[in-house]
Design a protein around this ligand. Structure first.
Ligand SMILES: Cc1cc2nc3c(=O)[nH]c(=O)nc-3n(C[C@H](O)[C@H](O)[C@H](O)COP(=O)(O)O)c2cc1C
Length: 280
């Protein structure tokens, strides 16, 4: 029995979801569960390098994730060249952690190998449609999540970076990505400079469904989340004051609505098609 882990899990998940969850102290693996429950992204790091052999170990652990049909369509690019990282960071505003992090990686959905297998084995490749891209992108997301989990297990802190898709052509050129290979996310990595903060999530009543979806008052659920989150982690600044002004109460729903009132990455589909994927 590990009371410390049970307490850590219950505290983290109560803060995260606003719900007291039962944790059987006889369960194995509670330390790992506590680490997963206590996840927080880290954007400030100690000036201490991440050893190359540790990076390689974490890549191996991450790539041990399940993979659709064993197709193994995620690659990890370790961006050790400071000039390449600087050039990627230069395309992204207001994210100083990209350049400051001791290590920076890019997770790539690589659909290049599958049609190659068809050519090598003299078979037709008859599945060139949206599912092929989706499978590679999902694999990359799973490997990214597994990497974060492995990194946090050894005490490192991470911050995924989807902003590398703001200008995917730049990343594509810099990393010389092959045809049918698309950057899914970057990842800042380092030894955390501080403890980090639990970020509250929508309640489990909203995101965990038994059997089938039913009629529900989503607006009320979101309002309750806004209020719970405002008490625990109020937003420090409001987005785009010039356009929307100062809101008297500013919660998650207002922040996300403001975020998605600005067009971003509208050309990403064209980029993916240009890389050789069929999205039909
Ligand atoms: C695929 C993905 C892309 C992300 N992109 C960015 C990003 O570009 N910049 C950033 O600062 N954080 C980014 N994040 C981190 C999220 O903002 C963070 O996970 C979220 O706010 C929840 O916080 P938590 O991870 O501390 O629980 C990303 C996370 C994921 C999973």
């Amino acid at each position: 029995m590990d009371d410390t882990a049970v307490g850590a899990i219950r505290t983290a998940l109560s803060e995260r979801f606003g719900e007291d969850l039962a944790v059987d102290p006889a369960l194995p693996g509670l330390d790992e569960l506590a680490r997963i429950a206590g996840h927080c992204s880290h954007r400030r790091y100690l000036p201490r390098p991440v050893a190359p052999e540790l990076l390689r170990l974490l890549c191996a652990a991450a790539l041990s994730a399940p993979s659709k049909s064993d197709l193994q369509q995620c690659d990890i690019v370790i961006v050790s060249d400071a000039a390449i990282r600087k050039a990627i960071a230069a395309t992204i505003a207001d994210m100083s952690w990209i350049e400051a992090a001791p290590a920076f990686l890019v997770f790539v959905a690589n659909g290049e190998r599958l049609p190659l297998l068809a050519r090598l084995r003299g078979k037709p490749f008859l599945n060139d449609h949206l599912d092929a891209f989706f499978n590679a992108a999902v694999d990359a997301g799973i490997v990214l999540g597994n990497f974060v989990r492995a990194a946090e297990a050894v005490g490192l802190g991470c911050c995924p970076i989807s902003a590398i898709r703001d200008h995917p052509g730049v990343v594509d050129d810099l990393l010389r990505l092959p045809r049918r290979a698309v950057p899914v996310a970057g990842l800042c990595l380092g030894w955390p400079a501080g403890p980090g903060e639990i970020s509250p999530r929508l309640s489990l009543g909203t995101t965990v469904i038994e059997n089938a979806y039913s009629e529900r008052d989503l607006a009320a659920e979101i309002d309750a989340y806004d209020r719970r989150r405002a008490q625990l982690r109020p937003y420090r600044r409001q987005r785009n004051l010039a356009r929307w002004g100062q809101a008297p109460s500013y919660g998650w729903s207002e922040d996300k609505a403001r975020q998605y009132a600005e067009p971003t990455r509208g050309d990403f589909g064209n980029f993916v098609r240009g890389k050789g994927f069929c999205l039909d």
